[in-house]
Design a protein around this ligand. Sequence first.
Ligand code: ME8
Length: 520
Amino acid sequence: MSDQQTFYITTAISYPNGAPHIGHAYEVIATDTLARFKRLDGYNVRFLTGTDEHGQKMIQTAAKHGMSVRDFANQQAPLFQEMARVLTCSNDDFIRTTEERHTRSTQAIWQAMVDAGDIYLDKYSGWYSVRDEAYYAESETTVTDDGVRIGPQGSPVEWVEEESYFFRLSKYEQPLLDHYAANPDFIGPDERRNEVVSFVKGGLRDLSVSRTTFDWGIPVPGDEKHVMYVWVDALTNYITAVGYPDTQSDLFATYWPANVHVIGKDILRFHAVYWPAFLMSAGVALPKRVYAHGFLFNRGEKMSKSVGNVIDPHSLVAAYGVDQLRYFFLREVPFGKDGNYSHDAIVNRINADLANDLGNLAQRSLSMIAKNLGGVLPEPGAFTGDDTAILDQTDALLDKCRAAMDRQEIHLALGEVWQVVGEANRYFAAQEPWALKKTDPERMGTVLYVTAEIIRQVAILAQPVMPTSSEKLLDLLALSADERTFATLGASGRLKAGTELPKPQPVYPRYVDEIPDEEK
Ligand code: ME8
């Protein structure tokens, strides 16, 4: 086996009961960025995303469309695959929970939980939210002025009373608390940890894990009138995709336990309480980290399929460009916090950070090399204090970005890189290479070399967020594929003087608003 370090990262699997929305896009973009970062940093990465196709929500929506649930799922899942493709995501696998491999895996984890003595038959009576696919204690529900009983996330709940298998979640209260204490990084961001710890400290009740009133789901082994609760099935996707129950397989041995499950804050309880309890029961190792990102709001309003104010990710890509959109979301919204987006905020980032700061700097410096130096990277003269200062800051970026990305603080990594882009603009303006052309051409060459070297490192570090445009920038520096990994960052990978560069092309156009103000 190779000694290359591995990294397994996953998104939540989306309910395909509607078209993919911007929350889905945001999660897969962020996770793709974390996966790409690790690949460029030399890791053997596996990145999984997919669709969660069972559950009552799917039954209800299919019925509304007058379709069988299976046909409806088959129609919807490709929309999510297509979204990942359009967003240039580099997922290695796409799992659908209706696949045969997943039935086998889910029945196996169920059996392992039975063998551990953790599943028993009883009767369930209580509240269920189809929208959240979650059971709630009566104390977690409230009644609205219109007399509708709702769960803690505002969705209507219905009374359920039927025979059900239960999972002995209560047995795992202390083991879970011990696990959180021994593994302070298990839940991120830090502030979300306390929320989970106090929920578990509040006491865990056994969980109803099967239903008998519908048959769209994975049958309970040995008692086929029951189908499993959709979350048992959904969470198991993370191990199905690495070959569970074949725990001896290369795939499983290489990638499990996962390094990070990236999810939204609304489903943290399922991932940080239920999932580790199921795995402990089944004797499977626990994921190393669960990271809950925040919610995106369109100008402050919550978007969701059920509220009906969804913005289609495809139209955003068409309007702004895929790299621009990826950059905007990851730079603008601190990962882990809620955030807003609006046309003006997107345009502002595109024009200020991409077109002006990075795009112009690259275009101006590379055009000067083309015009004044025949398109050949100059040999730098002795570096001045200013040159060394900016190069040192650039060389220090990798360590800073690594530290941030290891904690999923994507916005901080981008902040560090753009801080250097800002400094590089000030350096370029202060050195005035256009004036040096006449007075000191050799010094002009050095300034242009230093600037191109900064662009090299910035473009390499920008690849995880903006894969397509960074590639174009690196093409302009005539770098080969193996000169684009993080191993080349820092002083050891400096640009080679004498390299002939292609004709510079603008990479980050300005966004010019053609919509009249009153129609925005
Ligand atoms: O919860 N902003 O599926 P889902 C940011 N199938 N993220 C958002 C969001 C928003 N406005 N809306 C949703 C499910 N998300 C389950 C997951 S995992 C084993 C099963 C996030 O389609 C949400 O938090 O409702 C979740 O992480 C993901 O999108 C899929 O949501």
